[in-house]
Design a binder for this molecule. Structure first.
Ligand code: C2E
Ligand code: CA
Ligand code: CA
Length: 303
C-alpha cells in the first residue's frame, strides 16, 4: 500500500493510515500486488464501518429475512428444492441484497451469528413445508468459509434437525468451490461427517475457482452448481458454452447432478436441457421470493 507526501497526508499518522487503506485494497485485489492510495478508498472504508455497525444492530433487532428461489427439474418442471437467500430489511434503506453485506459480515466475523440465524430460519421453513404437506422439496443453505472452518456445523445441524424433527435429506448445504478447495483435506473431513448424517451437499459457483479434480472426486457431494457466468454466455461465440458442456460431462461421470444457475432465457434453458443438465435455477423459472409465495409456486408445480 502506497501513500505519498504531501497529497495523501501531511503527517506521519495520516500517511500511515492511508497507506494502510491502500494495502487493504491490494489484499482485497488478490494479494501479490501494490495499490496507490486514492481518496475514494476512505469512503469505501467508512461505508464498510457503517455497514458493520448497522449489521450488529440488525442482528439484535432481527432485521433479516429469508427469500427462497425454486430449483426445478429440467424435464418435469417439478420443484426439487428451494435455495434460502438472506435479505436485510433495513429500517431506512429498505431491502438490501446480500452482495452488499455478506462480504462485510465475512470480514468481521459477523457471518458466524448471521449464518446461525439463517440456518435456524431455513430449518423452520423446512418444518413449515412439511407441516403444509409438502414432503418432496428440500431447502438449500449457503455455508460461508468461516462456518466451514469453525467445525461446529455438524453439531449445529444435528441440533436443528432434532429440534424440528426433520429428516436430514431435507437439507442441502451449498459450499462454494473456492471455499471447498481452500483446505480440501479439512473439507473432505467435514463433508464426510455431514454426508454420513444424511445431509445433501452441493458445490456452488462451480467453474469460478481453482478446482483440484482429485479432491472434487473425494467430496461426498450430490450436486454441482454451474456458475451463472458460463450460463450467461450460452448463444455467444465464447468459451462459456464449452465450459457448460464440460461441466455437465464431468459431473455426470462423477455421478453428480448439475444445477444450472442464473438461467434467464429459454435459449439457455433449451441448450442446457439438450446437453442433459438435470436441474435449473434462475429468473426464467422464478426469482427468490418470500416464503408464502414460494409455497404457492410449489403447489402449482408439484400438484
Ligand atoms: P449464490 O449462492 O450464487 O446465489 C445465487 C444468486 O444469484 C442470488 O443472488 C440469486 O438471486 C441470483 N440469481 C438467481 N437467478 C438469477 C438469474 O437468473 N439472473 C441473475 N442475474 N441472478 C440470479 P442474491 O440473493 O443476491 O445472493 C448473492 C450471494 O450472496 C449468493 O450467491 C451467496 O453467495 C450469498 N448469500 C446469500 N444468502 C446467503 C446466506 O444465507 N449465507 C451466506 N454465507 N451467503 C449467502
Ligand atoms: Ca448458493
Ligand atoms: Ca451460486
Amino acid at each position: 500500500g502506497i501513500a505519498i507526501f504531501p497529497t495523501d497526508g501531511e503527517d506521519g499518522d495520516s500517511l500511515m493510515k492511508n497507506a494502510d487503506a491502500a494495502m487493504y485494497h491490494a489484499k482485497a485485489a488478490g494479494r501479490n500486488n501494490f495499490q496507490f492510495f486514492d481518496a475514494r478508498m476512505n469512503d469505501a472504508a467508512l461505508e464498510r464501518l457503517k455497514i458493520e455497525h448497522d449489521l450488529r444492530l440488525a442482528l439484535s433487532r432481527d432485521e433479516f429475512c429469508l427469500h427462497y428461489q425454486p430449483i426445478t427439474d429440467m424435464v418435469t418442471g417439478r420443484v426439487v428444492s428451494v435455495e434460502a437467500l438472506v435479505r436485510w430489511q433495513h429500517p431506512e434503506n429498505g431491502l438490501i441484497l446480500p452482495g452488499k453485506f455478506i462480504p462485510v459480515a465475512e470480514e468481521t466475523g459477523l457471518i458466524q451469528p448471521l449464518g446461525e440465524w439463517v440456518f435456524w430460519a431455513a430449518c423452520r421453513q423446512l418444518a413449515n413445508l412439511r407441516a403444509q404437506g409438502i414432503f418432496d422439496v428440500a431447502v438449500g443453505i449457503n455455508i460461508s468459509a468461516l462456518q466451514m472452518r469453525n467445525g461446529n456445523l455438524p453439531i449445529l445441524a444435528k441440533g436443528a434437525l432434532e429440534a424440528f424433527d426433520l429428516e436430514p435429506s431435507g437439507l442441502i448445504f451449498e459450499i462454494t468451490e473456492s471455499v471447498a478447495m481452500q483446505q480440501p483435506e479439512e473439507t473432505v473431513r467435514i463433508l464426510d461427517l455431514l454426508h454420513d448424517m444424511g445431509i445433501g451437499l452441493a458445490i456452488d459457483d462451480f467453474g469460478t475457482g481453482y478446482s483440484s479434480l482429485s479432491y472434487l472426486r473425494m467430496f461426498p457431494i450430490d450436486h454441482l452448481k454451474l456458475d451463472r457466468s458460463f450460463v450467461e454466455e450460452i448463444g455467444e461465440d465464447t468459451g462459456g458454452p464449452v465450459i457448460c458442456d464440460a461441466t455437465i460431462g464431468l459431473a455426470h461421470n462423477l455421478g453428480l447432478h448439475v444445477v444450472a444457475e442464473g438461467v434467464e432465457t429459454s435459449v439457455q434453458m433449451d441448450y442446457l436441457r439438450a446437453r442433459g443438465c438435470d436441474l435449473v435455477q434462475g429468473y426464467l423459472i422464478s426469482r427468490a421470493v418470500p416464503s408464502d409465495e414460494v409455497i404457492t409456486f410449489i403447489r402449482q408445480r408439484n400438484p
